[in-house]
Ligand binder design. Structure first.
Ligand code: BG6
Length: 304
């Protein structure tokens, strides 16, 4: 199926009162979900969730006020999909950081109003969006997003070829927080991590994480839920994952954020933290011929 225009997408996949497609001034198409439980916007470029706001709640997902929607560029904030590798490519530094999936067009293949009142939309990476030099393997990749009281994102990789291949991946989720001083992240106590700020040294997390400077850590061998405990917003964000053994915690702090140029004001970094459900470093995934691998994450709110 080739890329559909906004009129055809609405004819085939809109759900009255729940889902419609609009075109942004940049020419990118956005899926807009609004049901009784929540609202969300998702860019078809990257199958990239940009916003998620449960009814009566503050936004759960952070989208930079300076985020730019540009063809071929990743959006700062939301839930970028890092695939089929995480970070720098292992052998070729000319390949894009975090893989190509976040900057190429995806197509919509299904939409559904579920009986519990939530709305599901399924995206697929078309063959035409896969640069064969960067991934010379036959595969089918879907991102299945369910928007309700909770948000569920499931990234499914199916090996449709004859030989095993290996992938790194992450749902690189940016969370909206009251202030970086008012949060702590639990669930990673006792885990080993590679500290990118400390030259990739291997360390062990002692206690809950508090953030007072740049942080860029890749925790390995962990399938634990993480909680962002936010005393300012009087809530916890729970991140519950399956099919993921790495978790990345990232906040660029003031200087790196300023260099990126798309973080908004010079205090923009204070309102966000990334807690990424990933498979990276020693946790990359081997997908056997004919096998399917799923990275499944549920994002929910708990009051405190
Ligand atoms: C994180 C990495 O996952 O993504 C960081 O651990 C990186 O090192 C960050 O800076 C943002 O990456 P990008 O490519 O979206 O600017």
């Amino acid at each position: 199926m080739s890329q559909l225009d906004v009129t055809t997408l609405n004819q085939k996949f809109a759900i009255p009162g729940q889902l419609e497609f609009t075109e942004d001034e940049s020419g990118l198409i956005i899926a807009r979900i609004a049901n009784k439980q929540a609202q969300s916007t998702i860019s078809l470029q990257g199958a990239h969730v940009m916003t998620f706001e449960p009814a009566g709640e503050k936004p759960v997902i952070w989208l930079s006020p300076a985020a730019k929607l540009v063809r071929g560029k990743s959006i700062r904030g939301g839930v970028p999909i890092c695939w089929p590798w995480f970070g720098a490519h292992a052998t070729d530094s000319t390949f894009p950081g975090h893989g190509f999936a976040r900057t190429v067009p995806w197509q919509v293949v299904a939409s559904e109003a579920l009986s519990d009142g939530s709305t599901r939309i399924t995206f697929e990476l078309p063959q035409s969006s896969i640069p064969s030099a960067q991934l010379p393997h036959a595969c089918r990749v879907r991102n299945i997003v369910t928007i309700g009281k909770e948000m569920i994102v499931e990234l499914v990789t199916e090996n449709t070829g004859q030989i095993m291949f290996e992938i790194g991946e992450a749902l690189h989720t940016y969370f909206a927080i009251s202030d970086v001083d008012k949060i702590r992240i639990t669930g990673l106590e006792g885990c080993a991590y590679l500290d990118k700020v400390g030259d990739w040294q291997r360390k062990t997390q002692a206690d809950a994480i508090t953030i007072t400077a740049e942080i860029d850590r890749l925790y390995v061998d962990t399938d634990s839920d993480c909680l962002i405990v936010d005393s300012g917003h009087k809530r916890c964000i729970r991140i519950a994952k399956r099919g993921s053994l790495s978790t990345v915690v990232w906040n660029p702090w003031v200087e790196k954020a300023a260099k990126m140029g798309d973080f908004g004001s010079d205090t923009g970094y204070r309102g966000m933290v990334c807690v990424e459900s990933a498979n990276a470093a020693e946790n990359v995934v081997k997908v056997a011929a004919g096998a399917t691998h799923s990275l499944h994450v549920v994002y929910s709110i708990e009051k405190i």
